[in-house]
Design a protein around this ligand. Structure first.
Ligand code: DC
Length: 213
């Protein structure tokens, strides 16, 4: 089981998915893919080329030509890319273009993958699914601190508004919307630190794996 374990983690922005995914990947010795980086890399390339991220055909062409190495760029987490990535992620043709890469990523050794539709669309049969969320105020505060820590000036209210807007866009699109899979284990990270989130997740995962064994 361990060699092909797939842990699917979905949830809204700034809920703590990434930190948890990295720790779980390390713990289980699995590769980790932050699938948001794929959408961010498509958006970044379009912005660089002066293309309109809302242009579906151009976004699809960019997604099809994406080199996965582009997800390692260090300029993918800016507010400008946040907005553009949410737009390209709403385009069904972009989602279709990125699907095969995501599935192949886990084919050899399993994976921990985090995003919005991993447990619902990419790996609906994943044995372990987590839906990681937190109250909007907690998520806004976290994102604000993260931006401040990276020296990016931000206004806390504006950050909260942007997160709410992106959440709405991600949850209301017709294809691959953010939603909790019925069999996903719920983890609310409000008021928890990363260690507490990790411990809570491990307990739930152990129980789920035991019930599947
Ligand atoms: O998780 P993130 O903020 O890095 O994601 C960037 C954008 O991509 C965000 O608007 C949600 C979208 N996304 C998606 O639609 N599906 C995924 N599997 C991952 C991210």
């Amino acid at each position: 089981m361990k060699s092909k374990l797939i842990i699917a983690i979905d949830g809204p922005a700034a809920a703590g998915k990434g930190t948890l995914a990295r720790r779980l990947a390390h713990h289980f010795g699995l590769p980790h893919l932050d699938t948001g980086l794929l959408y961010r890399a498509v958006a970044r390339r379009m912005l660089d080329e002066g293309a309109d991220p809302a242009d579906g055909a151009a976004a699809e062409a960019t997604a099809r030509a994406l080199d996965p190495a582009e997800t390692e760029r260090n300029d993918l987490r800016t507010p400008e890319v946040d907005r553009a990535a949410s737009l390209v992620a709403a385009e069904p043709r972009v989602r279709a273009a990125l699907r095969a890469f995501q599935r192949e990523f886990a084919a050899a050794r399993g994976a921990v993958m985090d995003g919005r539709d991993i447990g619902t669309v990419i790996f609906p049969a994943a044995p372990v699914k987590l839906f990681v969320t937190a109250r909007p105020e907690a998520r806004a505060e976290r994102r604000f601190r993260e931006l401040a820590g990276r020296g990016i000036p931000a206004d806390e209210e504006a950050v909260a508004a942007e997160i709410a807007e992106r959440d709405a866009q991600d949850a209301n699109r017709p294809v691959g919307p953010l939603r909790r899979a019925e069999d996903a284990l719920l983890i609310d990270t409000t008021g928890l630190d990363p260690d507490q989130v990790f411990t809570a997740a491990l307990e739930k995962i152990a129980a789920r794996i035991a019930s599947h064994a």
